[in-house]
Ligand binder design. Sequence first.
Ligand SMILES: Cc1ncc(COP(=O)(O)O)c(C=O)c1O
Length: 469
Amino acid sequence: MSTLYQKVADHISDQINNGLLQAGEKVPSVRQCSAELGISMTTVIRGYELLQDQHLIEPRPQSGFYVLAPFEKSAPPEISQPELTPSEVNLDELAVRLLQTSKDKNIIQLGTAPPQTEVPSVKLINRIMIKVIKDDDSIAEYDPPPGNENLRRQIARRMLNAGVNINPNEIVITTGCQEAMTLCLRAVTKPGDTVVIESPSYFGTLKAIETLGLKALEIPTDAENGMSLTALELALREWDIRACILTPNFSNPLGYCMSDENKQKLRTLLKQTGIPIIEDDIYSELSYSTQRPKAIKSFDETGANSNVLLCSSLSKSLSPGLRIGWAIPGKYLKQVTQLKVSNSMAGATLPALTAACYLEMGIFDRHLRQMRRYYKEQRDYFLHLASEHLPKTTRLTHPQGGYVIWLELDEGVDSMKLYETALAKRVSIAPGPLFSASGQYKNFIRVNYGKASKSDLEKAMITLGVLLS
Ligand SMILES: Cc1ncc(COP(=O)(O)O)c(C=O)c1O
């Protein structure tokens, strides 16, 4: 349900998008709009403030509001061209350093990917946790795998929106999505095996591949359509592949959402060869459209016997501090459960009880609606800042969900150096080579536009603009 001021904003932005109101033209006055929609003037003013945040209109002194010229949409980066050979992964200490500097309040943090947690619907977790501490005697006890039953039931319910109909007994609660992915990788591979990944790929996936002694085969991936299925087919013919790991919905860092048709094709392709798919579903709830996209797992009819292993968590959609993740490992359920025991014995009881209680309260969907709208607004603001401050030759993705964006800078730019110089000016970004097993993407960076305030985003973009000029 949208708020009244959102209705005002939609009413005007529809007219702008349909060309009824053009750049430079005056927007109906607050009084006029209030009479037209039968909404109070205060609400109309809030709606107009929202449109200003979205850079659709601007106020002019003593004159009213005017439509702004649309910013030029820059082209997305071309489809990636990694070498089609497996390589050992060797990310240096940068990933760890990035995470360690992420707590420094004096740095504008665009380099790591935490969500916005400064909202009442996340703060509510504190109150729920206190209530759980008061009411539940079991918090001092182990929560052995597969993990809190009530939480698994809530997750199974939510998975219906992804088109996945499972029994709560098919879920294993993990410490974040990172542990889920690592356990699933361990369940389906042994050291030395080759795994296909998207290119560029999330550095936590690369880290897991590295520490498990696996090899990564990077597949060309397009910022709009995702992993190239033609290249994947070629790779499957040429190499002995043991697993495919990818984030089909709002991948990190490209932000693409694979079409249902391609999800189905990918599923069929890998089913024929018997290769397990590890599906990282972590950003799916943050779609900018009203419904979350389907999971690849939804195209699999084999149920509990499936070799699509879905991994996810509440880290992006609610709170990374809870460390609540899960795996739905299909036919590898037994192995993943045993690996969970060998990895960490049990989960933390308090976060599981708190998360179960939060999901049970029925407030999560409202929270998600707010966050989706907020991230979309932040994306538009970021694109506006990029068009204003970055060189015109910069190419950017246009994410349809999540909150990270991938930027291709001029060929001569060394993003590792840019990382150091920007950090010295108190701006953190993630340099491109972090997202490749073979040191590619030297002139790329990833930015998190979801967490910083609008004024910090602006300051950071001015700094980056100066460094790149
Ligand atoms: C694509 C992707 N998968 C997994 C993770 C790790 O998630 P968690 O914090 O739940 O372990 C992240 C975190 O940035 C991510 O971006």
